[in-house]
Design a protein around this ligand. Structure first.
Ligand code: APR
Length: 270
């Protein structure tokens, strides 16, 4: 494993344009269940047709909004893990060296943001943003659980979570920005996604069509594992910090230091 991480890290150090797609797996070590884990996955315990479609919401807005609000309150107790922090550090190191970096996520928990990542491309919306289905007004909700369900807007309309449900279109701008970043990248990472849901999984297929190096990190195999340059069976919170350390030097707690005269060492407070 060490030799593999050295090789993957060395290539990352030489990359000039990185694009990363993350899924629920990167937040698993923060205590947030994934969707498709056989036992603990949300869709192993709940039927997505009853909770994650616009039809389900209009059939039972009380139930659906309560379920998402409970998830919002659970996520509020969670912290970014070393996997999120490693990607935030990678962004700082790369941007500090004048290189390009794009972080694309399917997650709605904003733990990347909490870890310090900026310009995160959210393909599936956010649990923190609630939208009125009548007037369209969006409000970021960071407070305690709602008093009643479904929560209502000042206009009287029901409010729904600002996530993308099955059967709904992804935000066009976010998808276009993601496709541009993947088309231009020379190093692509697929982290913690089962690659089962499109069009997000299509970004992995797109990266494999380009000349980019493609890294996958997932404890389980995915439909793309055999085609990736490297497919590492491991937890992202353990693997990503080691890869970024290989590429940019071991992160020290001492102090922020941007890239020095040696050109490829970039340490910061971890
Ligand atoms: N580190 C890395 N990967 C992990 C970890 C971990 N610690 N733990 C689990 N995984 C992997 C699992 O093996 C699985 O392949 O993360 C993946 C999670 O897959 P899903 O639960 O299918 O989540 P995701 O791919 O993000 O789902 C895509 O589907 O339900 C919709 O909108 C929802 O955004 C979601 C989309």
């Amino acid at each position: 494993m060490n030799d593999l991480l050295k090789q993957v890290g060395a290539c990352l150090r030489d990359a000039r344009r990185v694009a990363i797609l993350t899924g629920a797996g990167i937040s698993a070590e923060s205590g947030i269940p994934t969707f498709r884990d056989a036992l603990t996955g949300l869709w192993a315990r709940f039927n997505p047709a009853d909770l994650a479609t616009p039809e389900a919401f209009f059939r039972n807005p009380e139930r659906v909004s309560r379920w998402y609000d409970e998830r919002r309150c659970q996520v509020a107790q969670c912290q970014p893990n070393p996997g999120h922090l490693a990607l935030a550090r990678l962004q700082k190191c790369m941007v500090g060296q004048g290189k390009t970096f794009a972080l694309i996520t399917q997650n709605v928990d904003r733990l990347h943001h909490a870890a310090g990542s900026t310009g995160v491309i959210e393909l599936h919306g956010s649990l923190w943003v609630w939208r009125c289905v009548a007037c369209g007004k969006e409000v970021e909700e960071r407070g305690p659980a709602f008093d009643s369900y479904p929560p209502c807007c000042a206009c009287g309309g029901f409010r729904r979570p600002g996530v993308v449900w099955f059967g709904e279109m992804l935000p066009a701008e976010a998808l276009a920005a993601a496709e541009r970043a993947v088309e231009a990248c020379d190093y692509f990472m697929s982290i913690g996604t089962s690659a089962a849901v499109y069009p997000a999984a299509g970004l992995i297929a797109q990266a494999l069509r380009t000349r980019a190096n493609v890294l996958e990190v997932n404890p389980e195999e995915t439909p793309f594992s055999a085609r990736a340059d490297w497919s590492i069976r491991g937890q992202s919170g353990q693997v990503l910090p080691r890869i970024v350390d290989e590429a940019f030097g071991v992160a020290t707690a001492a102090h922020h230091q941007s890239e020095g005269s040696d050109g490829n060492r970039c340490t910061e407070e971890s």
